[in-house]
Design a protein around this ligand. Structure first.
Ligand SMILES: Cc1cc2nc3c(=O)[nH]c(=O)nc-3n(C[C@H](O)[C@H](O)[C@H](O)COP(=O)(O)OP(=O)(O)OC[C@H]3O[C@@H](n4cnc5c(N)ncnc54)[C@H](O)[C@@H]3O)c2cc1C
Length: 287
């Protein structure tokens, strides 16, 4: 199917993008990699009359380390996260997760900001950012604000971004020494979207887990922290017994979906298995 006719605008700056969104209101949508928006437009599930392309805004793409954080521009494509020596060295879990998204075409065009703003319940980056405790920077008509990733994903395809705001930057605290991270994913065989994806970041000191953040995508209507799993890790020995017991709690307190092909029990058991795998690898890397 063809999308409804629309006007294309290429923003030269974040302010210009904000102004264009304000001018065209509900009829306008930002365009980043287009790998979620364009399929929706072709199905006429989205019918914007104005597309505001933000891909070529100077400074909106790229990675740098600043003040103990990895700062990622919102329009940075996955392939940069996958290949960047800086990311691979300083935050390997991010490179590991980016490499598992879709296929090379998707990774060449899809962006971290587009993924977070779109909030697909089966997307990978939301879980990774929750596990890393990222902060998101957004600019809108009222100025710039910082949004913690906890609380950013509200429900299916819905975030705390206000209409008219542009996500500009993702700021990820670099984990302290003795930390390890891992992303484990059971991918849909056709699309590669996560049926279950688990991001885990743990810190180990003196053989004990001193901090843990674990987040799951794919099982519910939005990516979410596995709070019961996290609680079962902290203060415990960094060993296989702790990891297995904590993984059993992967979906405690989370609502698990079902569909025509999979019942919730299968989804639950996948979540437990992939949580155990992500945690075992994260602990191993931390040690
Ligand atoms: C075949 C295929 C396989 C895929 N496999 C996976 C997968 O395995 N894992 C996965 O996670 N994803 C997968 N995706 C989705 C892909 O990651 C998308 O690129 C991503 O969901 C959206 O990013 P984008 O840059 O393409 O955004 P776009 O499609 O351009 O935009 C998506 C939405 O976000 C808004 N938006 C974009 N940028 C911003 C911004 N900076 N500020 C505010 N709003 C913004 C847009 O207005 C739009 O509403 C797949 C897609 C396809 C087509």
């Amino acid at each position: 199917m063809y999308p409804v006719p629309f006007e294309y605008h290429r923003a030269g700056s974040v302010q210009e993008a904000v102004d264009l969104l304000a001018r065209f209101g509900e009829g306008a949508r930002l365009l980043a990699g287009g790998h979620s928006l364009l399929p929706l437009m072709k199905l006429r599930l989205a019918e914007p009359r104005h597309l505001v392309d933000i891909r070529r805004i100077p400074g909106l793409s790229g990675v740098r380390v600043e003040g103990g954080r990895l700062v990622v521009g919102a329009a940075t494509p996955y392939q940069v996260l996958e290949r960047s020596p800086l990311v691979r060295e300083r935050l390997p879990v991010l490179a590991e997760a980016a490499a598992q998204i879709g296929d090379p075409q998707v990774r060449n065009l899809g962006t971290i900001g587009g993924s977070l703003a779109h909030a697909d319940p089966a997307a990978d980056m939301p879980a990774v950012m929750l596990a890393l405790g990222a902060e998101l920077l957004a600019t809108g008509p009222k100025g710039t604000r910082t949004l913690p990733v906890d609380g950013f994903f509200l429900k299916l395809f819905t975030t705390a971004l206000s209409s008219g705001e542009v996500l500009t930057e993702v700021r990820i605290p670099l984990p302290p020494a003795g930390s390890g991270g891992a992303y484990a994913k059971f991918a849909h065989p056709a699309s590669r979207y996560a049926i279950v994806g688990v991001a885990a970041v743990v810190t180990v000191s003196g053989g004990t887990i001193s901090a843990a953040r674990v987040a799951i995508t794919g099982v519910g209507s939005k990516a979410a922290r596995a709070a019961a799993t996290e609680a079962a890790l902290v203060g415990k020995a960094a060993d296989a017994t702790t990891v297995s017991a904590a993984a059993q709690k992967a979906v405690d307190g989370l609502s698990v979906r079902s569909d025509a092909r999979m019942d919730p029990d299968y989804w639950r058991s996948l979540a437990v298995t992939f949580t155990r795998r992500a945690l075992a690898t994260a602990v191993e890397r931390a040690r």
